[in-house]
Unconditional design. Structure first.
Length: 248
């Protein structure tokens, strides 16, 4: 009996020990699983934080315009400033090439710089065009001839200085596309006899020719900020200007 009791006690002790070990193993496994889940959550959180920080520090592949970002034309104007300065000091630079580069530098500055406050007033479109033509060497020296068709004398409402520069760019680009011995047709037309817009057309005489797009962009910026409309149709540039009669 004693031996049977001892054997039964040992058996129960062994079973109890086994149950205790399994219980401890189960608790340990649950603790490890919980630790794994917590570590995973923390890792995901840290990864998200790192991605957020990286996103805030790394520029987007397609950044949107901001108030602090200079326009591309301004960046280009700044980039060519120093090479131009060096070319001016160089003795071997062809003067014609230097003048062309200086004009491109001026055009890019005009596209990127802020315009001064507009000083709009009634002015004759014919006077504006004639003054602009005098500033174009190809027209002034007769290398490119110009025919004039002036069918309207009504004044337009515009900033004369800004408009004069714009028409100079249009005429210079059109004269260059016409080439030596070419011709420009300059027309001033009434769109409406009752005070409607005035239409100005500058047409190159060379078929298939197109004006310099950079000059066209400068003229468009100078004129459309004043309510004008500028269109480029092959070799013809059209400018619609508000009549001073309709503005009064």
């Amino acid at each position: 009996m004693i031996n049977l009791g001892i054997g039964l006690g040992g058996f129960l002790a062994g079973v109890g020990a086994m149950l205790l070990i399994r219980a401890l193993q189960g608790r340990r496994a649950r603790a490890e699983r919980a630790h794994t889940r917590v570590s995973s959550v923390l890792a995901d959180s840290e990864a998200g934080s790192e991605e957020t920080v990286a996103a805030s520090q790394t520029p987007s592949a397609e950044p949107g315009p901001t108030a602090l970002s200079p326009p591309l034309s301004t960046i280009i104007a700044r980039a060519i400033r120093e090479p131009l300065r060096q070319l001016r000091r160089s003795q071997g630079c062809p003067p014609a090439a230097l003048r062309q580069l200086e004009r491109i530098a001026w055009q890019t500055r005009m596209l990127g710089s802020g315009l001064r406050p507009m000083q709009s007033k009634p002015v004759s479109p014919v006077t504006l065009l004639q003054e602009a033509a005098e500033q174009v060497p190809l027209l002034r020296d007769g290398t490119v001839a110009a025919s004039w068709s002036l069918r309207s004398q009504r004044p337009v409402q515009i900033d004369p200085e800004r408009a004069r520069v714009a028409f100079r760019e249009i005429m210079a680009a059109s004269a260059e596309s016409s080439g030596e011995g070419g011709r420009l047709a300059i027309r001033v037309l009434n769109r409406d006899e009752n005070g409607g817009p005035i239409l100005i057309e500058v047409e190159s005489g060379r078929p298939g020719s197109e004006a310099d797009p950079l000059a066209f962009l400068v003229a468009r910026r100078l004129l459309e900020t004043q309510g004008a409309r500028v269109e480029l149709d092959g070799r013809i540039t059209r400018v619609h200007l508000a009549s001073a009669l309709s503005a009064s």
